[in-house]
Design a binder for this molecule. Structure first.
Ligand code: FES
Length: 85
């Protein structure tokens, strides 16, 4: 489990182990587009402003991994992560 902070409004979203970041954000009312929901298309990519990422996708380049993550499969590698569109 970790906490995602939605940067545009500072909303704090708990992400339990059984939910993806994408699902948790949606449950909290944040709109995030998605397609494959399996870490292969990149549609759900979010900007990462702070925190560490545990990348679990198969689509991101090393460069993309420095400042973004895909919300459907990747998770935080720190207790808190700050993300935005
Ligand atoms: Fe395709 Fe997340 S929806 S990578």
């Amino acid at each position: 489990p970790f906490t995602a902070v939605w940067a545009p409004d500072g909303r704090r979203v708990p992400v339990p182990a059984h939910l993806s970041l994408l699902a948790a954000l949606r449950r909290a009312g944040v709109r995030v587009d998605s397609s494959c929901e399996a870490g292969v298309c990149g549609t759900c990519r979010l900007t990462v402003l702070d925190g560490e990422v545990d990348h679990r996708d198969a689509v991101s380049t090393e460069k993309e991994r420095l400042g973004s993550m895909v919300a459907c499969v990747s998770r935080a590698g720190s207790p808190e992560i700050v993300v935005g569109p």
